[in-house]
Design a protein. Structure first.
Length: 83
């Protein structure tokens, strides 16, 4: 199992790089010794980019949904600040 490839090797063994990404996860391709490209399977991509939940759905599914919050504001005056 390999997950880092030099560009020349990745070009020569492109099918193998793809198979590694599908079977073992993301594959890094380097150019002149620098990590340059990340090849991931379409399944991994879909997991990363799945639609985010709406804020209303987040609050509706919260385990704190039925907790009561104290939303009363203090009637005190604000403190003095020197400017």
């Amino acid at each position: 199992m390999k997950n880092a490839w030099q560009l020349q090797e990745a070009k020569a063994k492109f099918s193998e790089v793809i198979n590694e990404a599908i079977q073992h996860g993301p594959q890094v391709i380097t150019k002149h010794g620098v990590d340059t490209v990340l090849l991931i399977s379409i399944d991994d991509y879909k997991k990363i980019n799945k639609p985010k939940q709406k804020l209303s759905g987040f609050f509706n599914n919260s385990p704190l949904k039925n907790n009561k919050l104290d939303l009363n504001r203090s009637k005190d005056f604000p403190r003095d600040i020197e400017l």
